[in-house]
Design a binder for this molecule. Structure first.
Ligand code: ADP
Ligand code: MG
Length: 380
């Protein structure tokens, strides 16, 4: 986004000044490894070229003022008195992060912050983490500059979302936004925070994010249900042999499980974890088509075994795969709406978008959105 546009937005809301600072925080997508982070498995996210931009003017007093072009309400509060307020809506994400940074002993200055986003919110691309990490980075920038400990910031932002907002999210989102690296995905163990960057070169293909524009209504209750099912499956298996988490189960262990649903949930966990490892190998060897096939298998497993896709995600993935230049697609995120990703021949992007848009609309009566993304650095 052009800095001059951000400057105009800033000045309209807060007045002119010549020392405005500019920041960007990316959204993220998990390429593969879905619903296994809480089963001891590896995830494989990357930071995206779509995200939230900020123009910031630092203040000498304790005031923080926030405006987001994408939101109706302005938010204003003092660094000395930070409380959760329902009416502040999105501003609470900023408050939580700032409150916890201060509790760590940092002496912050006030700021006027103007935001503009190219990232759909509530669509599973982690706009909430993008916002949290952005605000944390902005507030600490005058003190720490680029020397900020990004993993520490990610953990602090996760705690803000867990405790101040009350959303029980894992660390993947904030980690990806803070630690993203251009043209790399992050192979991450969410339990230990061990990670490895894996270079991603898609050659003649592009990563396309497809927003179903179907709200993820069921996702929270089903997420909790799946977690409970996985815990039960682990208990049953542990009666026979000790494993620490469901990703350590093997396909032979499925015999132990009498309930069909538990069998299928566990099979997804085992095979998805395997697919992550295969995906890393294939990408290291430049086998993009092989990677595409794994995405298709991942979706099938999430649809039939884990049952978290739903009509809209299935429709958009099915239509995408009918297009000849699309070599792989799958849902991403919690499921039941939100986004899917596709790997599409660069030369045929336009055709792909108009084809899927039309077919998806015929099936669902909803207009989808498409984002052709590159993989970018974390917050900066
Ligand atoms: P996701 O993280 O998948 O996008 P969430 O429901 O976790 O969905 O977070 C979405 C929330 O994040 C929004 O409801 C809003 O409060 C906040 N948010 C996201 N983008 C922006 C933005 N550009 N400006 C202000 N708030 C935003
Ligand atoms: Mg979120």
């Amino acid at each position: 986004m052009d800095k001059s546009l951000l400057k105009v937005g800033y000045e309209k809301n807060f007045g002119a000044r010549d020392d405005i600072e500019y920041f960007f925080s990316p959204g993220r997508v998990n390429l593969i490894g879905e619903h296994i982070d809480y089963n001891g498995g590896l995830v494989f996210p990357c930071a995206l070229s779509i995200g939230i931009y900020a123009a910031v003017g630092y203040r000498q007093d304790e005031k923080v003022r926030l405006v987001s072009k994408n939101m109706d309400n302005r938010v204003e509060f003092s660094l000395n008195d930070i409380q959760y307020k329902e009416d502040d809506g999105w501003g609470n994400y900023a408050k939580g992060v700032i409150k916890y940074i201060q509790e760590e002993g940092y002496n912050l200055k006030g700021a006027d912050i103007y935001l503009e986003s190219t990232l759909p919110d509530g669509a599973g691309l982690s706009s909430s983490a993008a916002l949290e990490v952005l605000i944390g980075y902005i507030m600490l920038y005058p003190i720490l500059g680029e020397k900020i400990d990004r993993i520490w910031l990610a953990l602090l932002c996760q705690r803000a979302e867990n405790e101040f907002i009350g959303v029980n999210c894992g660390i993947m989102d904030q980690f990806s936004v803070a630690m993203g690296k251009k043209d790399n995905a992050i192979l991450l163990n969410c339990n230990t925070l061990e990670y490895e960057y894996v270079p991603i070169d898609l050659k003649d293909y592009k990563l396309v994010i497809m927003n179903t524009n179907k709200k993820r209504e069921l996702s929270e209750s089903k997420y909790n249900e799946r977690r409970a099912e996985c815990e039960r499956a682990l208990e049953y298996i542990n009666n026979y042999r000790k494993i620490e988490n469901l990703c350590q189960a093997s396909l032979e262990d499925l015999e132990i499980l009498k309930e069909d649903a538990l069998k299928r949930r566990t099979r997804h966990v085992i095979t998805e974890n395997q697919r992550v490892k295969e995906a890393v190998e294939l990408l290291k060897n430049g086998d993009i088509k092989g990677f595409g096939k794994l995405l298709i298998k991942s979706h099938e497993s999430l649809k039939n075994d884990y049952e978290v896709t739903g009509f809209h995600l299935d429709a958009i993935v099915e239509e995408a795969l009918k297009f000849e230049g699309c070599i792989g697609a799958r849902m991403t995120g919690a499921g039941f709406g939100g986004c899917a990703l596709a790997i599409v021949e660069s030369d045929r992007l336009k055709e792909f978008v108009s084809y899927v848009e039309e077919q998806y609309y015929l099936k669902t009566n909803l207009k989808p959105e498409f984002y052709t993304c590159s993989i970018e650095d974390g917050v900066k």
